[in-house]
Design a protein around this ligand. Sequence first.
Ligand SMILES: NC(=O)C1=CN([C@@H]2O[C@H](COP(=O)(O)OP(=O)(O)OC[C@H]3O[C@@H](n4cnc5c(N)ncnc54)[C@H](OP(=O)(O)O)[C@@H]3O)[C@@H](O)[C@H]2O)C=CC1
Ligand SMILES: O=C(O)[C@@H]1CCC=N1
Length: 237
Amino acid sequence: MVCTDPNPARKDVFRNFGVKAVDGNLEVVQNSEVVFIAVKPQYVSVVLNEVRGSLKEKHIVVSIAAGIPLATLKEAAGDDKHLIRVMPNTPCLVGETAAAMCLGGRATEEDGNVVEKLFSAVGSIFKVDEKLLSAVTGLSGSGPAYIFLMIEALADGGVRAGLPRDISQQLAAQTVLGSAKMVLETGKHPGVLKDMVTSPAGTTIAGVHELEKAGVRAAFINAVVAASNRADELAKL
Ligand SMILES: NC(=O)C1=CN([C@@H]2O[C@H](COP(=O)(O)OP(=O)(O)OC[C@H]3O[C@@H](n4cnc5c(N)ncnc54)[C@H](OP(=O)(O)O)[C@@H]3O)[C@@H](O)[C@H]2O)C=CC1
Ligand SMILES: O=C(O)[C@@H]1CCC=N1
């Protein structure tokens, strides 16, 4: 695997992951079969224009850029290219990404399987229609930030109630991890799992009541919709 970045310090980051860092995008393409475009959305076409002459039939081009449609990738790379859009998230760094993908240009089912296999090594990936990729971006692409903010706030609550910061943060993070595992492993509706925690006149309903008073459900829904709308706006850059 080879990578590049204009910033030499970023190349050191790649090297720390055991990845070879080369001098420029053309060198990446010449030494790869699956080419990942992981620049900011506004630079995707610039990079594709730069490398389009070097992209051959064997190459699968994967863009992870938020918002940038397959049609734009096709225009910049050429309409004979095997193009795939993926929306991953940062938990890929710990082997737990939640990602979605869609195929475009000349990409074949076989190309899709290659990319699916690559992402399956670092989490879960789902195939969706391109029209759903902005919603994926708003939910799981941006979602880690919502959850980190929630963990930070829960830890603050623990500190407010008297816990030492380090224990509070670990309890908060482990609570999110364990709860997510229960949803995935039991397949039960989250509302059913919530009810299992909530004793009549107990502690949990007192906490849940506060969250409902603060409109926390609407806040999460609005966050996903706002981020999804922003992904649609990026498509027009
Ligand atoms: N961060 C996230 O959680 C997620 C991000 N994405 C998508 O991933 C992409 C990258 O995001 P993110 O990592 O946050 O952004 P960053 O800006 O951190 O990373 C992009 C890197 O690309 C480099 N770069 C800029 N221009 C070029 C070029 N012409 N050739 C080669 N490299 C170049 C930048 O260098 P320099 O800094 O010197 O300009 C920078 O190091 C975006 O399109 C984003 O939408 C998708 C899912 C999740
Ligand atoms: O904030 C962003 O635009 C990127 C895309 C998804 C997550 N981070």
